[in-house]
Design a protein around this ligand. Structure first.
Ligand SMILES: Cc1cc2nc3c(=O)[nH]c(=O)nc-3n(C[C@H](O)[C@H](O)[C@H](O)COP(=O)(O)O)c2cc1C
Length: 239
């Protein structure tokens, strides 16, 4: 079986999406996964410390390529495989509000939106997990952050960061997330427990995003799922 797995720049349901990718790899014999990652997706996956896991999912062999939008920015020729019907399924999880909005308006100007459009043209079924499923509140987890009340400005975190992602301001330090690779060195070294991984926050799902998700259900060959774990149900796999 061949699958294209698209990852967009959403932190919500990201870890769960990775769990499902790995489970599918374990459970489906001869599964080949080509992973497509939007520019924002690449940044966000790194912030949550998950980038290395992608190399296990897509090891670089034929039909198991890891395609980063940053390196394939314009016409995304790889998506031609979808219009030619070379894959059994496209899965997009997590799918940002931005990508859903584009897709329901027929826009195909990025790696992931183009892949979804080409899947539709090539009669390939798309399983899409939008992070904004219905209006209301969701609880989601942030990448690494610093609790300024606990921080004593010892600056050890700055020294152990491999990417110069922690910056000293006048009287506080902050994590510059676009450079963060989620390695956790800062959390490990901090004796004041000031580095927080995965702080939970409440987020509103806006009406416009929920409405776009409804429109998604009307697209040809698109199946909209509420949670990545429903992908396992679709393939008859138990968690
Ligand atoms: C840490 C982080 C987490 C984010 N989480 C979400 C999210 O859960 N849902 C969402 O719609 N956008 C989220 N965003 C914003 C998207 O990355 C942004 O809208 C981006 O333009 C999406 O581009 P893409 O759809 O091409 O991947 C997040 C951004 C950051 C930095």
């Amino acid at each position: 079986m061949r699958i294209v797995w698209c990852i967009t720049g959403a932190g919500h349901l990201l870890r769960e999406s990775f769990d499902v990718m790995k489970k599918l790899k374990e459970e489906i014999e001869d599964l080949k996964v080509t992973t497509l990652v939007s520019r924002a997706g690449e940044e966000v996956v790194k912030m949550y410390g998950l980038f290395e896991e992608l190399k296990y999912i897509s090891n670089g062999n034929y039909y198991e390529e890891l395609i980063l939008e940053r390196e394939h920015p314009y016409s995304s020729p790889i998506t031609g495989r979808l219009s030619l019907g070379k894959y059994d399924f496209l899965i997009c999880s997590p799918t940002s509000g931005n990508t859903v909005a584009k897709v329901v308006n027929g826009i195909a100007d990025s790696l992931v939106t183009n892949a979804i459009a080409q899947a539709g043209k090539g009669f390939v079924k798309s399983l899409i997990v939008p992070v904004d499923y219905k209006e209301g509140i969701v609880i989601t987890k942030l990448p690494y952050s610093i609790d300024r009340k606990r921080c004593k400005l010892c600056l050890k975190c700055i020294k152990v960061c491999p990417n110069e992602a922690i910056i000293k301001r006048d009287n506080f330090v902050e994590i510059y997330l676009p450079k963060c690779v989620g390695c956790g060195n800062c959390k490990e070294i901090c004796q004041y427990n000031a580095i927080i991984e995965g702080k939970e926050i409440k987020m509103r799902v806006r009406k416009i995003d929920a409405e776009n998700t409804k429109k998604l259900k009307e697209l040809e060959d698109v199946i909209v799922l509420k949670h990545p774990y429903e992908i396992l149900d679709f393939f008859g796999i138990y968690k």
